[in-house]
Design a protein around this ligand. Structure first.
Ligand code: ADP
Ligand code: MG
Length: 318
């Protein structure tokens, strides 16, 4: 029978090496050399089985997603990731499960040179809580509150794909592989976030749905956001899988895409496109920030009202 310490040894054997980790897994706490002149940026997110991923999700995909959703928060701040910790609650000390989990987790950690420096391992319902630490130059973080009236609103990628996969999965039929990939293996837009520092005003990552998350930017900035549904980028897979009515709702209100929604003045639109090109990340202009409050959506020139503006964990199911 595998014990807690065997599991920790397995985890430690696969950690990405970084010179700034003075003491990693194995002591009571990690010791990290924070570069002088930079600010530490910290985020945490928990994934609970059945809530944040379907119960049949492969362990490697859970590992990827647990880190990806956290790195996405750093991307939305324009921060460069450095270290992370993992608190793992699982029903039994299941070594093959942990190995498979690490396959996904490490693939993403290695891609972004993120060192796992500690954590906690406990028995309980399957739940993964990851904390990430990143770095940003003082005063340069991309805040939700920094949008200005007249800013263009931009989105990366094609929002709605992850929610499309979830909708197909809930319906019990086949799930389009391209959509399932977007649900299970979201891409944290780190290179884009980094390239937007000094270009974009405000940024947020879309975890709860475009309208809900853009609403956070509008509220924090004391402004209104206006977007046009016709301008939202749509993936071929999503277009093929749903009729327009359902698709619009998935694009506007579906969560779990981890794309970046950001604002920038029209005068720097070329710099935004340069940042997108440099980071090999597609971006699309979808609307404008204005004086006022709330998020308004137009479709073919007329106001469009969604059913529910996003995912709220404590609200009744739609
Ligand atoms: P303590 O009792 O002092 O908290 P633990 O026995 O929980 O120490 O952990 C021993 C070491 O293993 C610590 O360095 C801790 O950070 C690390 N660790 C425990 N669980 C994990 C995990 N799931 N992932 C990464 N490191 C872990
Ligand atoms: Mg402990």
């Amino acid at each position: 029978m595998t014990g807690e310490f065997d599991l920790i040894d397995r985890i430690r054997a696969r950690v990405v090496a970084r010179d700034d980790v003075r003491l990693g897994i194995g002591d009571d706490a990690a010791v990290l050399a924070v570069p002088a002149g930079l600010h530490l940026v910290v985020a945490v997110d928990t994934l609970n089985a059945g809530v944040h991923f379907p119960a049949d999700t492969a362990p490697a995909d859970i590992g990827w997603k647990a880190l990806a959703v956290n790195l996405s928060d750093l991307a939305a701040m324009g921060a460069v990731p450095a270290w992370c910790t993992v608190s793992l609650s699982m029903p039994a000390a299941d070594a093959p499960w942990v190995d498979a989990f690490l396959d996904g987790f490490d693939a993403l950690a290695r891609a972004h040179a993120v060192a796992l420096v500690g954590g906690d391992t406990t028995r309980g319902p399957l739940s993964i809580c990851v904390t990430v630490h990143g770095l940003v130059a003082p005063g340069r973080a991309l805040r939700r509150s920094a949008a200005c009236a007249g800013d263009d609103i931009w989105i990366s990628g094609t929002p709605g794909d992850a929610a499309g996969a979830l909708r197909q999965w809930r319906a019990g039929g086949a799930v389009e592989p391209a959509l399932r990939e977007r649900l299970d293996r979201p891409t944290p837009r780190l290179a884009l976030g980094d390239a937007l520092v000094g270009v974009a005003h405000a940024a947020i990552d879309v975890s709860d749905g475009l309208l809900a998350d853009l609403g956070h930017v509008a509220r924090a900035s004391g402004l209104a956001a206006e977007i046009d549904l016709d301008d939202l980028p749509v993936s071929p897979a999503l277009r093929a899988a749903f009729d327009a009515d359902v698709r619009y709702r998935l694009q506007a209100s579906g969560g779990d895409d981890y794309e970046l929604c950001f604002t920038a003045p029209p005068s720097v639109a070329d710099a935004v496109r340069d940042a997108a090109r440099a980071s090999a990340t597609p971006v699309t202009r979808i609307g404008r920030m204005q004086a006022g409050a709330g998020v308004s959506v137009r479709l073919a020139g007329a106001p469009w009202a969604p059913q529910g503006a996003g995912w709220d964990h404590f609200a009744a199911a739609p």
